[in-house]
Each structure stands twice: as structure tokens, then as C-alpha cells.
Design a protein around this ligand. Sequence first.
Ligand code: NAG
Ligand code: NAG
Ligand code: NAG
Ligand code: NAG
Ligand code: NAG
Ligand code: NAG
Ligand code: FE2
Length: 471
Amino acid sequence: MSLFLRLSFPGFLLPLALVLSFLFLCHGGTTSTFVRNVQKGITMPLDSDVFSVPSGYNAPQQVHITQGDLVGKAVIISWITEDEPGSNTVRYWSANSKQKKNLAKGEVVTYRFFNYSSGFIHHTTLNNLEYNTKYYYEVGLGNTTRQFWFMTPPEIGPDVPYTFGLIGDLGQSYDSNKTLSHYELNPKNGQTVLFVGDLSYAENFPYDVNLRRDTWGRFVERSVAYQPWIWTVGNHEIDFAPEIGETEPFKPYSNRYYTPYKASQSTSPFWYSIKRASAHIIVLASYSAYGKYTPQNQWFEQEILKVNRTETPWLIVVMHAPWYNSYNYHYMEGETMRVMYEPWFVEYKVDVVFAGHVHAYERTERVSNIAYNVVNGICTPVKDLLAPVYITIGDGGNVGRLATNMTEPQPEYSAFRESSFGHAIFDIKNRTHAHFSWHRNQDGYSIEADYLWFFNRFWHPVDDSTPHVSH
Ligand SMILES: *[C@@H]1O[C@H](CO)[C@@H](O)[C@H](O)[C@H]1NC(C)=O
Ligand SMILES: *[C@@H]1O[C@H](CO)[C@@H](O)[C@H](O)[C@H]1NC(C)=O
Ligand SMILES: *[C@@H]1O[C@H](CO)[C@@H](O)[C@H](O)[C@H]1NC(C)=O
Ligand SMILES: *[C@@H]1O[C@H](CO)[C@@H](O)[C@H](O)[C@H]1NC(C)=O
Ligand SMILES: *[C@@H]1O[C@H](CO)[C@@H](O)[C@H](O)[C@H]1NC(C)=O
Ligand SMILES: *[C@@H]1O[C@H](CO)[C@@H](O)[C@H](O)[C@H]1NC(C)=O
Ligand SMILES: [Fe+2]
């Protein structure tokens, strides 16, 4: 009915519309009544097992990988050495041709932040890999060498199944470790993480700010050295600190985390796109200029036209600040970007938007709010089957604090919300179906605390909202 109202709105229906929108506003989705264990949010101390420094002279640490090109045939390998620059070369070979070892050479960078000097940060791209192949790789050649492995994705195609993990606002609290452990142990076996921003929360630790970037790098290595994490920039990556003379935004982040932005003709590492299996993933930057005519805006308006749903049926957008959020935290912070970009998302039938920032979980109905034109007063979200579902997955653990204060009554656009830490899985089956599940940390690894069968907006654009079943 609301969809009908948005599309055609004869004046004589106005009183009816007002009654309906009143009903619409007052019948929200589900606010979970799950009672989580009350835990004190505690940051893991510096001597925690997850932060241990690998032994050996100049041993590579904080090893992490991400996609290195547009289509998944390249991988960027990054690692840090502390004693000396050491080698930038990665040795690698596919599991089915052990004798043929390849070498790839990269670069090393360093940065200073206030009185902190970074280690030697290496970035090396492995190109022209085979699809769907296990590769071993070694870093630290010449001194302490460490070996890891990863799987390349299958070749891009419309019905290629693929499983994405979703983690946001992770931080380095005990809750963060629980989230990562649950992701690793989830039997759905996430193959690549879409990380929705806010990595280490390092600036919460005065004067050891960048040491806490190093501890975070060591903490997540156990996952990100073996599968790509697709990076999105969050507000905790800005590091704008004029009070200590640090005025170059994103300095630590951009030295530590490389992205394959040039492959999608982007001019900045903070917004870019990749294709992987049957998905086209657009990463947007909530904290870089995005208004009309800005570099990000120009790039986006070109990029959205390039999406080919015959090749990659699933169109996923990732950003940090959510547009639809019904918590009393960061409320409406995504609003200016929503106003700018939402008409594009509806027109080009984005399937799902993942965001973080709010330290809780929330899933919306398919809604849009694009009819407003300054004078017409039509400014309420309406059900819209062409619109994406918006998912806030900023519940990774941060510094152990949850967003618990919600707007009441629950707005109609909000299908399900809960203040618990957790992670999610977006499991693409084929061009029409993907299964989404949210997993709270208090449950066993395989429990779906919330889920939705997504129907693809291009290939199967029928209503996929379901009455919620609480678990
Ligand atoms: C580290 O590796 C370099 C290059 O192979 C070598 O010259 C150096 O002696 C090594 N240092 C140690 C302490 O092993
Ligand atoms: C973090 O989780 C891992 C895996 O569950 C566990 O082995 C480790 O002891 C935990 N560390 C801390 C500090 O909680
Ligand atoms: C940086 O400065 C702070 C505050 O003056 C001090 O506590 C800290 O030890 C310094 N760190 C280094 C590496 O010099
Ligand atoms: C879209 O992808 C399909 C399958 O790869 C291809 O046949 C088609 O030419 C592409 N369309 C455009 C406009 O590039
Ligand atoms: C929740 O947030 C609202 C709006 O900011 C505020 O008025 C209210 O006092 C908060 N409630 C609690 C329990 O903090
Ligand atoms: C796509 O996957 C869904 C869920 O597994 C399945 O029900 C459906 O039959 C599949 N469609 C095709 C064309 O295979
Ligand atoms: Fe944030």
C-alpha cells in the first residue's frame, strides 16, 4: 500500500494517506527481548595472547590480505617488520604446483604520528593468480620467514555461490575476540570479510595510540592473513588530531591498509569497487567529500552505470555511517549522504547496504525516502520493493560498549533490532537467492538470531520481507 502511495498519489486520497502513514509509523518491527549477559566492556591488556609478537629476528607481523584487482585474480599482501626494512618480496605458489615458486616484489612505507614511529609496512601485490585455487605465501624472506595461505575466489559469474562475512567496529576488547572467534567457528565458513569500518579504536588509548594499531593488527592476523578483508573507512580511521599537530586525515590507516582502488578507476583508496564471484561491491567513504561534483560523487555516478547484473547479479554497498538507524546513537549522521545517494540506490536496485558505526544490530524493511522535494512534505520512509535492505552490523565489540538506547516507538522501517555483539553472514546461493544471518556472540556458532532470505532485486524482485521469527 505504501509503495502504491509513493508511485501514484491522487489528491483526493490525502486523508486516507494520512491515516495510513499514521498506522505505518506506529507499527514497527521487532525489538528483540533477548537478555544478554551483562559483561563489563574490557579492553584486552597488552600482554594478552592475541597480541603476542611472533618470535625471531625481524619477524613479519600483522600480516593481512585484501583483493588486489577488480575481479579477484590479484591479492595485496601486507605485513610489518620492526627491526629493519627487510625484504619486500613475497614467495608464493599454488597448492597444486609446489615446485613452481614465484616471487613478487612490493614496497615499504613508514609514517610518524605524534611521537610514534611506525614499523616498516610492506605491501606487495600478487597478480595473475588462477581462480579458485589455494596459494601458499611466505613473507620475511632472508630473516624470519612466516608462511600463510589463501584461496582465490571462483571466476566471476551470475550463479557463482559465495559466502561473505560481515564484521564492523571490531576494536580489541574481550567482546571483539569473541566476535572474531564466532566468525571463525561459524559453520557457514565465510570466505571473505566485508569490514564496515572502525578497526582498532587506537585513539581511545592516549599516548600509545599507534601501539594499539599494532596490537590490533596482530589480533586479527589469524583471520585476515588467510582470507581477504575488504576495507571500509570509519570515523576511527580519521585520526585528525590538531591538538598534537596531526592534521593529515587517515594517515595511519592509509599507510597500513591498501585497497585496489585504481582498478575501479577511483582516485582514492577510501572509495572503490570490486567484483567477486557473483557480487559487485561498492565501498563508499562516509568521511570523505561526497557532495555533487566531488571526486567520490563523480566516481560513484560512473561506477553505478558499470554494474552488469548479468555478470554480477548481486549489488552490495558498504559504508560506515548507516542511513537508516533507530538507535539514539549517531542518529541521522548518515542523513546528508542518504539525501544525495538514495535515489541512485533505488534506481539501480541495490540489493543490500551494510554499515557499522552504531554498536548494535539492525535490519530494515525495503524502504525508500526519496519523494521529498523541499516543499511537498512527503518525507516519511515508505515500503519500496526496488529499495535495498539496510543492515547495521557495527556490533563487533569496539571498546566493549553497546548502543542500547533506541528510539521509541520502533519506526516502521526497522524490521529487527537488538543490542548485542555479533557478526553476520551473507551467503549467495545463485542469481536469485542469498541467505543472510546474524549471529549474536552469546549463542552457539551456528545459531541464527536473525535471518532473511534475500531475493535479488534484478532477477527476482518480489517481496522478500518475512514476518520475523525470533530465536
Ligand atoms: C637478515 O637478512 C639479511 C638479508 O638476507 C642478512 O644480510 C642479515 O644477516 C640477516 N640478519 C639476521 C640477524 O639474520
Ligand atoms: C581470544 O580467543 C581465542 C580463540 O577463541 C582464544 O584462544 C584466546 O585465548 C582469546 N584471548 C583472549 C585474551 O580472550
Ligand atoms: C609519547 O608522549 C607521551 C606523552 O608525553 C609519553 O607518555 C610517551 O611515553 C611518549 N612515547 C614515546 C614513544 O616517546
Ligand atoms: C554484461 O555481462 C555479460 C556476461 O558477461 C556480457 O555478455 C554482456 O556483454 C555484458 N554487458 C555489457 C553492457 O557489458
Ligand atoms: C535515550 O536517548 C534519549 C534521546 O537522546 C534521551 O532523552 C534519554 O534520556 C536516553 N535514555 C537513557 C536511559 O539514557
Ligand atoms: C537458487 O537457490 C535457491 C536457494 O538455495 C533455490 O531454492 C533455487 O532453486 C535456486 N535457483 C536455481 C535456478 O537453481
Ligand atoms: Fe564509527
